[in-house]
Design a protein around this ligand. Sequence first.
Ligand SMILES: Nc1ncnc2c1ncn2[C@@H]1O[C@H](COP(=O)(O)OP(=O)(O)OP(=O)(O)O)[C@@H](O)[C@H]1O
Ligand SMILES: [Mg+2]
Length: 198
Amino acid sequence: MMQDRKTLRRQMRARRRALSPRQQRQAARSLCHNLRSQLWFHQARHIALYLPNDGEIDPTLLIDLCRRQGKQLYLPVLHPIRHNRLWFTPYNRNTPMRRNCYRILEPVLQGKPIRPAQALDLVLMPLVAFSADGGRMGMGGGYYDRTFAFKLQEKALRGPRLIGLAHDFQRQEKLPLEPWDVPLDGIATERCVYRISC
Ligand SMILES: Nc1ncnc2c1ncn2[C@@H]1O[C@H](COP(=O)(O)OP(=O)(O)OP(=O)(O)O)[C@@H](O)[C@H]1O
Ligand SMILES: [Mg+2]
């Protein structure tokens, strides 16, 4: 039986937080290895990622790799005007950071260039649960869904490749999805890469 969104979120988040630092480090290494083997990762120049929170799988091993390969990284920032949307701003290890209203670290925006979501090549998104056919459930704010809603509307406009990052146990046979949920082009875990449209 399909669980409701609230129960599933609670269970998955608790399981994520229960991982030991050692398990997290191992998962992060395997994830990085799996991403590096993808052609679309090599081709991407402008890549958004996130800093891990609440037991999310950690993509930050990619930071030095991307710098060496001349890729520009971005972090999401809560949009100061357009409510409940994300902006993306360049990020490196020296970027000044602050905690936002969710206590999540984000770059200080002052004077920073902003890259619109449409102009990114690859977006590595955190998630709470996924299905192997591209279904994604986040923390429940609808931020990623609103920001990338254009992917639902304009099929002709290619836009960035959306890849969910997760621990493999976050996979569900079937997810309770809603019409506004933006599907993923793929999911990378510590175990493998699930390809949908990539
Ligand atoms: N494109 C949209 N326009 C307006 N409201 C939206 C849109 N997408 C999602 N929402 C609203 O956001 C709320 C949360 O959505 P949902 O439960 O899918 O979050 P989520 O996918 O877990 O979060 P996130 O996208 O931040 O990871 C819902 O009540 C929904 O109505
Ligand atoms: Mg959603």
